[in-house]
Design a binder for this molecule. Sequence first.
Ligand code: HPA
Length: 284
Amino acid sequence: MLDDGDCGGGVPVSTTAVQDSVERLTSSLRAHGVEGARVALVLGSGLGDFVDRVRGARAIPYASIDGMPQSSVPGHAGKLVVGDVGGVRVVVQQGRVHLYEGWSAHEVTRAVRAFGRLGVHALVLTNAAGGMKRAWPPPTLMRITDHVNLQGRTPLLPGEAGSGNPYDAELGAALDEAARASKVPLERGVYVGVLGPSYETPAEIRYLTAFGADAVGMSTVCEAQAGRAAGMRVAAISCITNLAAGLSPGPLNHAEVVEVGKQASQRFCDLLEAAVPRLSARVA
Ligand code: HPA
């Protein structure tokens, strides 16, 4: 871990090392026949069931892919699934790695960059998140309209300017349309990415709420930035699995996050299934 530089620590980033690691992973994915996908999806904690909606699915364990970081967090299966959804070729990451496990921002985003190298047009990121609005009972689904990166890390390389808001308005509209078509309620809001692994304190949640965040989680922001830098258009959905610290009665725990994510599974899968062809229709 941390083998290719960590922008937040004291190790200088070697652009060549990062690019080489992405190239190595891309070659391995090609060798596994992962080519031709138009849409890539990353499934967050407890949201892995979407792979059951993939037709002609072929699963490739991360362990057999050279250069693919593997998560040790429960609820993250560690498989790449290729197949079709609504007639669109997709590649689905069932499980992701996190900064709080000790991986660098470049490792966390390596697969996303590889998807870009393989010619994927649209990247859909999903996650479990804590909600900051009492009016949104878990499990509420929220499409991310913008984010605040409080992870103290960037996946961008020197010279990659970044793109401002990485979430694509047109793809966001496609998600809204899919929500209406599948009759799945979908809120909109700002996601704040924190490092974790501890959940926030009530004081931190008051602070995050004061500057405009609607949901908080420990992933997604680096992947969104890297996906955009890699030339893909990006959409993202949070499944609000709990009210954030101080808004809910008891202490938060990961098992509850995964469990509530599973309660949202049917709706979440219906929404994504309706979304994939609509997203694909909007990208080149
Ligand atoms: N905080 C941070 N990350 C999370 C939460 C939370 O409350 N719920 C799920 N992921």
